[in-house]
Design a binder for this molecule. Structure first.
Ligand SMILES: C[S@@+](CC[C@H](N)C(=O)[O-])C[C@H]1O[C@@H](n2cnc3c(N)ncnc32)[C@H](O)[C@@H]1O
Length: 416
């Protein structure tokens, strides 16, 4: 046992400069504007730091700050706000491809789109943007008769894709092109642009930007986008076991009162969305509502900077309102006369997909009753620095009583 008193070494605070404006949500956070100089006292987590500005102290999002004195070019991580090395690096190994290809709901939906439109695909030129292992391109080549499929892939997986295309006898139709879609040169425009670009909460990773840029450059007038539309759905929900695991735990572990740690637990576990959450349909407190809808023909890259949606939920059964759960759907229009739209639904009432759902916990649970109205809005704000990240902001009230705010830190994905 150590009996000596050990002096606690405290690191001197470091001065950071704000790269862009930030508006606090709640008294624990600190607002600042571009150029403000903040003293960072504690790097509490990777996303949120404890900092001071003009004598006021609070949590600030780490990714909005740069060490004072460092030029933009000095900070090597800032050289690539798209984090392409990390992003394409992860798609260069099999782990994510195994996860995606094992997701039968996802992959079979794309196959069904090709099969149910095979007549219309005849002699068409297709682009498969972000082809990965080439699965969608090979569905096109084997199940329809397009004249050409351009399979575009920026990660090093592309070396294997070429081999797979050949191995499966698709090389006459599928041309595999290595590189970022943004730098692509093609000899012609395409009739159909198909892509599996969706991330958690629909937009995380922002691969959709690459799809929209390719659309504007390479899709012929009147060409087809698959998916043709997309929506983000939201529902108020119970999340009792997660709440118990991360918050109620601190009430009396081993007969001791650990409740002073609960504010820390709230900051550490409930400010970030919980990805890969599988919500039991029984835990939905009302019918879901589509809060953001994208028309893939008309949405512009600039629209992605801030997307807003409204919701009004009518509580269908009494329960504990622990948070909101989000997921997405995408729709593929039919090109056949009288053909049906195909939908991929990643929600709790469909077969689970590898995206699962995303849970946003409230700071504290609220008892709700049948007939209560939960009304509010959601804002998805793309991170001005880290282009694959966004902040999700939720504002709501129950039965029109006092509005509650909830901001997630700017985050990307956590696929582990
Ligand atoms: C979600 S995966 C889908 C892979 C494959 N289409 C499938 O369905 O299994 C997205 C793929 O797009 C690639 N990608 C993302 N952005 C890209 C871009 N701008 N240009 C080329 N490829 C891109 C990634 O490397 C990744 O392999």
């Amino acid at each position: 046992m150590q009996t000596e008193k050990v002096e606690e070494e405290e690191d001197a605070p470091e001065e950071y400069v704000a790269l862009c404006d930030f508006t606090a949500s709640g008294s624990e956070q600190l607002s600042f504007i571009t150029g403000d100089k903040l003293l960072v006292h504690n790097k509490s987590s990777a996303d949120w730091w404890w900092a001071e500005l003009q004598g006021v102290i609070g949590y600030v999002p780490a990714s909005y700050l740069r060490l004072d004195g460092a030029e933009e070019g000095d900070d090597t991580s800032l050289e690539d706000p798209w984090q392409d090395d990390e992003y394409f690096g992860s798609y260069g190994t099999l782990r994510l491809h195994l996860e995606m290809l094992s997701d039968r709901s996802r992959t079979e939906t794309y196959r069904q789109v090709i099969v149910s439109n095979s007549a219309s695909l005849r002699d068409k030129v297709v682009m498969d943007l972000g082809c990965g292992t080439g699965i969608i391109s090979m569905f096109c080549a084997q199940l329809a008769k397009p004249s050409m499929v351009y399979a575009v892939e920026a990660s090093s997986m592309v070396e294997h894709t070429r081999q797979l295309v050949k191995q499966n006898g698709c090389e006459e139709v599928v041309t595999v092109l290595q590189g970022r879609a943004e730098e692509l040169e093609l000899p012609e425009q395409v009739d159909i642009l198909v892509s599996e670009w969706m991330g958690n909460c629909l937009l995380f990773e922002f691969m959709v930007e690459s799809v929209l840029l390719a659309r504007d450059r390479w899709l012929r007038d009147g060409g087809v986008m698959w998916p043709s539309s997309a929506a983000l759905a939201l529902v108020p929900c119970q999340a009792d076991s997660y709440y118990t695991e991360k918050m109620a735990f601190w009430e009396r572990p081993y007969g001791l009162d650990f409740t002073p740690l609960q504010p820390l637990a709230q900051q550490e576990f409930f400010t970030k969305p919980k990805f890969s959450h599988l919500i039991d349909p029984e835990d939905c407190l009302s019918a879901p509502c589509d809060v953001i809808c994208l028309n893939m023909y008309t949405v512009q890259v600039r629209d992605l900077e801030e997307m807003k949606g409204e919701f009004q939920f009518c509580v269908e059964k009494p329960g504990i309102f622990h948070g909101f759960t989000a997921w997405f759907t995408v729709q593929f229009e039919s090109l056949e006369m009288g053909g049906a739209t195909v939908e991929l639904n990643t929600g709790p009432n469909s077969d689970p997909t590898h995206w699962k759902q995303t849970l946003f916990m409230l700071d504290r649970p609220i008892q709700v009753y049948t007939g209560d109205s939960i009304h509010g809005n959601i804002v998805l704000r793309r991170n001005p620095v880290w282009r694959r990240h966004m902040t999700v902001m939720l504002h709501w009230n129950i039965n029109k009583k006092c509005t509650v705010k909830k901001n997630s830190p700017p985050c990307w994905i956590n696929r582990d």
